[in-house]
Design a protein around this ligand. Structure first.
Ligand code: GDP
Ligand code: MG
Length: 315
């Protein structure tokens, strides 16, 4: 970088660095409230996978938004489910940890579900996070004819750390700018924490596994519960053939799930592979050879080593 000696320039540079803010923002909310859509909107691209099925984002995803005066590092937490199952408790704990360790919490609710148990559940969850500044976004405001959010604001304004309530439509992009401004102002003064040209710290392998997982969700309907993990076993470029060779293992809990994913005469796994390959080629801008395997791995969800390996828990 060019260095200038003029004292004027020097003081300008200094005020720029001291006013800069940077930090972590956790996004929390029930499945399907639009967390990934919001993240994609903010990032103006596809960083998290969006589907019309709940709970596809189990892993903590970071996206880094660089503004002139702030660097916002977003963490997409697992969707908050009310289920009492052990696996769900791990997810909730993971979301709670993410919130406690971040600088700001962005809670998302759906405008359609203002009087809904999932909003109640979120309120209860948020009561456990008192130290971190909190902002509420009421998403899908485009679905209401006469948006009236006063009542819900009342419920959330009882939380001691609430800093603002913003009606938004992540899908249409309305209300996003003022929300981002507030979020940036709540971050601590700090120089950027990541290189400014970095948009996410997730690896290519991670994106590949998310793309394959999304196709499984889309093609298996409700038959397959959220009990699969996709492990990328091989990810390498074949320079001679100018293609990417990816081998992935789909871990399932039970033999019956393996049968469903493979399908009659291997029909379904073929469809999953074809759809995934198409997206992978678009994503990586290169021909892809994709090899999919299904492995029954009983109770993988109770195995901390595997949970860590699949990125579902971070410690
Ligand atoms: P997540 O589970 O919280 O990550 O939710 P997603 O971002 O995957 O969104 C779930 C569904 O809600 C998708 O079908 C989105 O298109 C839809 N959605 C998200 N935001 C909005 C919005 O502002 N308005 C409308 N009408 N739909 C939305
Ligand atoms: Mg999501």
């Amino acid at each position: 970088m060019e260095k200038k000696n003029s004292s004027d320039n020097h003081s300008n540079d200094e005020s720029k660095t001291t006013d800069f803010r940077a930090g972590f923002i956790s996004i929390v909310g029930a499945p399907n409230v639009g967390k990934s859509t919001f993240l994609n909107r903010v990032m103006e691209g596809h960083f998290a996978i969006v589907t019309d099925k709940p709970q596809t984002t189990r892993t903590v995803i970071r996206a880094i938004k660089n503004l002139d005066n702030a660097q916002m590092i977003f963490i997409d937490t697992p969707g908050l489910h009310t289920s009492q199952k052990a696996f769900n408790k791990i997810l909730i704990q993971s979301a709670l940890n993410a919130c406690k360790e971040s600088d700001v919490v962005l809670a998302l609710i759906s405008a359609e579900k203002i009087h809904h148990e999932e909003t109640e559940f979120l309120l209860t969850f948020l009561r456990d996070i008192r130290q971190t500044p909190l902002v509420l976004a009421i998403n899908k405001i485009d679905k209401l004819e006469l948006p009236d959010t006063t009542e819900i604001s009342k419920d959330f304004s009882s939380l001691p750390n609430i800093k603002g309530v913003y009606p938004i439509s992540a899908l249409l992009g309305s209300g996003i700018d003022p929300l981002l401004k507030t979020l940036a102002e709540l971050l601590p003064k700090s120089p950027p924490l990541f290189p400014p040209d970095m948009e996410t710290d997730m690896t290519e392998r991670f994106f590949a596994s998310e793309i394959i997982r999304e196709k499984i969700f889309l093609l298996t309907k409700d038959e397959i519960p959220y009990e699969i993990a996709v492990e990328i076993d091989q990810f390498k470029e074949d320079k001679e053939k100018n293609m990417l060779v990816i081998t992935a293992i789909i871990h399932v809990n039970r033999p019956s799930q393996k049968r469903i994913i493979i399908g009659k005469d291997g029909d379904l796994i073929k469809k999953i592979g074809m759809a995934a390959r198409k997206d992978l080629e678009e994503f990586f801008h290169i021909h892809v050879y994709l090899d999919l395997w299904v492995r029954v791995n009983k109770n993988w969800m109770k195995n901390p080593r595997m949970l860590r390996e699949f990125g579902i828990i971070t410690r």
